[in-house]
Design a protein around this ligand. Sequence first.
Ligand SMILES: [Zn+2]
Length: 156
Amino acid sequence: MSLPVYVQSYSGYKANERPRQFVLDDESYDIAAVLDLWYEPSATYFKVQSTKRKAYLLRYDEPAEEWTLQSAFDGGELLARPGIELVTIGPATALKAEQQIESCEHCHPYDAEIPFDWILAEITCKRGRYDFVLTELARCPNCRQPVNEKTLVEPK
Ligand SMILES: [Zn+2]
C-alpha cells in the first residue's frame, strides 16, 4: 500500500536527490537521515529515518515526478485507513513467498509483471481489503536485489 505525499528535497546535480521532509494529512515529518537508497527500473526508493526515530520508505517516480509513502517499516501506522487491514509479514512467511519468485523487475524486467504483494496474498490466503507490510525486505532468489511489497516479480 502507498499514498502520495508531498516531499521537500535537497537538489544536487540531480533533481530530488535527497528528501528532507514529507507531508501526509497536514502533518509534516522531518527526515534526519537517508538510511538506504536503491534504484528500481520503475522508481527510486529512499529508506529514511525521521527526527522521531521512525523508519519510512519513500518512492520517487521520476517520469511522473510523484512521491509516495510505502507501507514498509513504520509507514504502516501512518497509512492505516478505515476498511484496510494491515498484515505484517515476518521473516518466515517472507521466505516462503521469496521461494515463489522466479525473477524480478531488476533481472527480468520484461517478464516481471505482478507485484510481490499478490504472492503474499496467495500465501497468507488474505485477498481483498488487506495490505501487507514486510518487516524486512525480501530478496530476489535470482539476482539477490531487494524486493518490497510493490516490486514486480515473475512467479514460478
Ligand atoms: Zn531479480
